[in-house]
Design a protein. Sequence first.
Length: 255
Amino acid sequence: MLRWPLFLLLSLAAHVAASWLLREPVQPLAGQQADAPQVLRIAAIQLQAAAKQEPVAPPSAPASEPPPAVATAKPEPVSTPAVKTPVAPVPVAKPVVAAPKPAVAEPKPKPVVAPEPAPRVASASSAQPSAPEKAAGKAKAPATPKPVAAPVTQSPEPVEVVSHQPSFLQPPKPPSYPATARRRNQEGTVLVEVRLDRNGAQRDVQVLRSSGVSSLDQAAVKAVSGWRFKPETVAGQPVPSRVQIPIAFALAARR
């Protein structure tokens, strides 16, 4: 803002000085050169030219403050009630009833008059009854009932008996003493049970009471399995039986 008046004052002073110098020439002092006024004139002209060439910046306008923001409240949407459009009722088609057809009277059939039968002539063959009539006249003979086979009654299974003194077909072979039990001086008694069928054949052999030594038990079962027994009988009929045989394993007396 202060530069503009300063330039005006400088320009005015330069013009006044230039005009004054042009009207009254100054006498040169002793020792000064004769071209001194030219130097002043050139300096004044240069100052004037510089004042003309320098652009003057226009005064800047004061920055305008932005207007304060005003909050505007949005209007709430007004809910308009929904208008129901009246619905036209759908026309209901009435059922089409077919007109009943007139009943056509059917013509009644004329009664047929049967011709009168001609009188039959009695013949000798008509006096005798026909064969089917003879068969129908005969009384049917009653069918004789077939004999019904009597149900086969199975004989009840004989009850197994226990034999305390079994009989043998061959003398039983004594069991062999196991070598391991002999070396270890092992002794004991094994109770073996044998189940026989009505023919005396063995069905099962098992140990009822162990001796405590497995090798002695196995030797006793192996020996009894090779024995052959006679069947036990009750009232002269052979029956299955069970035989319990104790087998003792004992070492000879030591010396």
